[in-house]
Ligand binder design. Structure first.
Ligand SMILES: [Zn+2]
Length: 200
């Protein structure tokens, strides 16, 4: 049997790898769900992950001045990664984007002013389509920030640097989780009850 990735082990040990019949944010169905909220709730494991992101990114970009992630997971990640990056980079601010009424990730709270002219690392937990990451990148650039790289805990659908506009992409754990369109889902055909993993 293949050795498990250490991040995969953390998800399993925290009880964050769920098996069942899930509706993903994209509307697709899957039998496996990585519940990042459960991992982020475990502070030691969360800090280990963020420290590792900071190590990998800090080696290449020693001059990052701010970290930005999409709420809610991104708040916790940006804070912990920024703190760990300070070992390499001097002061690093920890900021986040949040959804506006249309569901788009935007900068609020005076963060645009804080980001102007700064070198920025974007972080996220699980990368699926890259859609929200692209919104965060645009917001940071519109605020006058310079996006240096994107770093995620897990890339679960093989998103590439090209898919997110050519920015360097760091991923601690690359995996592939099968999912299906709802009208083509084998679990639906077996009448297995569908769960929204975020409403548990
Ligand atoms: Zn289904």
């Amino acid at each position: 049997m293949e050795d498990k990735h250490w991040v995969e082990e953390i998800f399993e040990e925290c009880g964050a790898t769920l098996y069942g019949h899930f509706e993903l944010t994209s509307g697709r169905h899957a039998e496996k769900y990585l519940d990042k909220a459960i991992v982020l709730a475990h502070t030691t494991e969360c800090c280990d992950i963020c420290w590792q992101i900071a190590q990998e990114v800090g080696m290449h970009y020693i001059d990052v001045e701010a970290v930005v992630g999409p709420a809610y997971g991104g708040i916790i990640l940006s804070h912990n990664v920024a703190r760990a990056l300070e070992d390499f980079c001097g002061e690093v601010l920890a900021l986040f984007t949040e959804k506006d009424k249309q569901g788009k990730q935007v900068l609020k709270r005076g963060y645009k002013k804080l980001l102007a002219g700064k070198k920025v690392l974007i972080v996220d937990d699980i990368l699926t389509t890259g859609g929200s990451i692209k919104q965060v990148i645009k917001e940071v650039e519109d605020a006058g920030g310079q996006v240096m790289a994107v770093a995620v805990i897990c890339n679960r659908e093989g998103v590439t640097s090209k898919d997110i506009g050519g920015y360097p992409l760091f991923s601690l754990w690359n995996t592939n989780i099968e999912s299906w369109e709802s009208d083509n889902c084998p679990l639906c055909k077996e009448n297995i009850p569908l769960e929204d993993p975020k409403s548990r």
